[in-house]
Design a protein around this ligand. Structure first.
Ligand code: SF4
Length: 194
């Protein structure tokens, strides 16, 4: 004999509207909305970031909490965490990076397609943290350019989410021509990247 099964016994009503992506600046009118191509691309990119977590130590555990249901990074369009550099556009370096590991971080960065962004999550990735020693890289910006630094040892999930939101701001506002410009080329040259 079958057992009666019920789902969603305590359905909660939605509180307020489900938030949706903000509309870019533009000109609304009767039945139309016009904006620039760059703003539409920025809107799409900032709400569909695919992170590659390069997690080596304790900060990685905070990142796991950030991806869990309580903090839920998926709310920002970033639930698709991937480990193939060719598919990802946000390198999240999370944890202590030894000098031996530096070239590996750089190799992963080089395998990512443009446009790509980088977050240094936690004190170790940002500056070497408490490990002011011969073997630890004193900040990943010695091997790859960093867009956002998240402080903390470890940073709480809220701080990691804040870092992702700062990246979203950068991504949404980035000019489509930036990566072809002389300043970006000079930045890449300073890291020995063609
Ligand atoms: S910043 Fe602190 S918590 Fe994060 S990897 Fe370094 S020692 Fe661990």
């Amino acid at each position: 004999m079958g057992r009666p099964v019920s789902y969603n016994l305590n359905v909660k009503p939605l509180e307020g509207d489900i938030s949706i992506a903000e509309m870019p600046d533009g000109y609304p009118g009767e039945g139309f909305f016009s904006t620039s191509f760059g703003k539409v691309i920025g809107l799409a990119r900032k709400n569909s970031i695919w992170p590659l977590p390069f997690a080596t130590s304790c900060c990685g555990i905070e990142f796991m909490a950030t991806m869990g249901s309580h903090y839920d990074l998926a709310r920002f369009g970033s639930e698709r965490v991937g480990f193939s550099p060719r598919q990802c556009d946000l390198l999240m370096v999370i944890g202590t990076i030894s000098k031996k590991m530096g070239p590996v971080v750089k190799q992963v960065y080089l395998q990512m397609a443009e446009p790509r962004w980088v977050i240094a999550v936690g004190a170790c990735a940002s500056s070497g943290g408490i490990f002011d020693t011969y073997s630890v890289l004193q900040g990943i910006d010695q091997v790859v350019p960093v867009d956002v630094y998240v402080p903390g040892c470890p940073p709480r999930p809220e701080a990691i989410i804040d870092g992702v939101m700062r990246i979203q701001d950068l991504v949404g506002k980035e000019s489509l021509r930036r990566r072809n410009g002389p300043q970006y080329k000079a930045l890449m040259d300073s890291y020995g990247i063609q």
